[in-house]
Design a protein around this ligand. Sequence first.
Ligand code: ADP
Length: 397
Amino acid sequence: MSDTPIHNPESPRVSILLVDDRPENLLALESSLEGLGYDLVKARSGREALRSLLARDFAVILLDVQMPEMDGFETASLIRKRTRSGDTPIIFMTAVRKADIEVYEGYSAGAVDYMFKPFSPEILRAKVAVFVELFKAKANLEQQILEASRLNQELARSNKELESFAYVVSHDLNEPLRAVRNYLDLLTRRCSGKLDAEAEKFIAGAFRGAENMQRLIKDLLAFSRLSSKARPFEQVNLGAILDGVVEILNPAIRETAAAVTLGDLPAVMADPVQMTQLFQNLIGNAVKFRGEPTPTVHIFAAPAEQVKVSVLRDSRRSGWLIGVKDNGIGISRDHFDRIFMIFQRLHTRREYPGTGIGLAVCRKIVDRHGGTIWVDSKPGEGSTFYFTLPGVEPKDA
Ligand code: ADP
């Protein structure tokens, strides 16, 4: 018998507690369960059993009912009262009537079984095997939960690190970039007319590069500030937010003659600045990734509980489902998940300008609001970006 204090799911050996005041009964139990890889721990009284339970976890307890001093039922009640052994299954070994056991079962929590003396070793082994399997499965599950929570913490920590890294880098890059732009400005002003066409072309290329970099820095800063600049939620009228977004995007909307239409939009508990950012990215993309026809963008909302389950990707059916539907170039199903990752783009900057940060920002915002964001699309037919706002408390970013 080993003295392993806690069950280790890696190790197949589990402990079983045998409690009986008569040595010959303990011996009988022991010989029935020998050779099956269990650690068999023996106790000669209820008190001794309780002491053993302080030191380790058992898969199951075989408990004699008729013992002097403290009988099996009394011992079982004390076992149940302790947190560590509160759920440990008990098999009562008894010569008493089944009805007496049922009385006990009536007020006892946790798994209880019984065996009548003289017992059949086969049945005992089968019963014990069931509880041992349960115990192993539970230990395994607990281990997995522990591992998942460790991974979650790790992920949250590395996300935070990435954010502060992105913040520092984008912030510090602004300075030298400004200097480059200033020198380029000086060069064009001072040397205008003195340079040949090729040199002018190079300068224009340098300007474009600096502009791209500036946009990247701006987007990266916006991404890294999502947590630090997060505001508490307040009652936000999405219709009013969208009016503001259409105003901001007015130059692009006018230039492309896009028709942006709004359905009935609700008031929700949200961060108003982040709602603006979210719609600005989605509508901006809908106009940017337009196809041949004049762009149309429709923004609509529906109560989540009225939406068909096949549409809703969010298992919670509370709050709102919001959609931004366009008639643009569409996206192939293979990229539905990828596009929400930072820096993931499906086109070159020459085809469509951008940094690949917009949808990563959207996902982070929706996540903070407790919702889910996804896309449904067919190449050449347009895309609908959906997200849910379940109306929950803000998540700690
Ligand atoms: P960016 O717009 O800067 O490229 P995003 O993160 O906003 O970055 O989008 C990532 C990619 O997802 C885009 O490059 C584009 O390929 C695709 N995408 C986003 N919105 C749409 C849309 N409405 N229609 C078609 N493709 C889209």
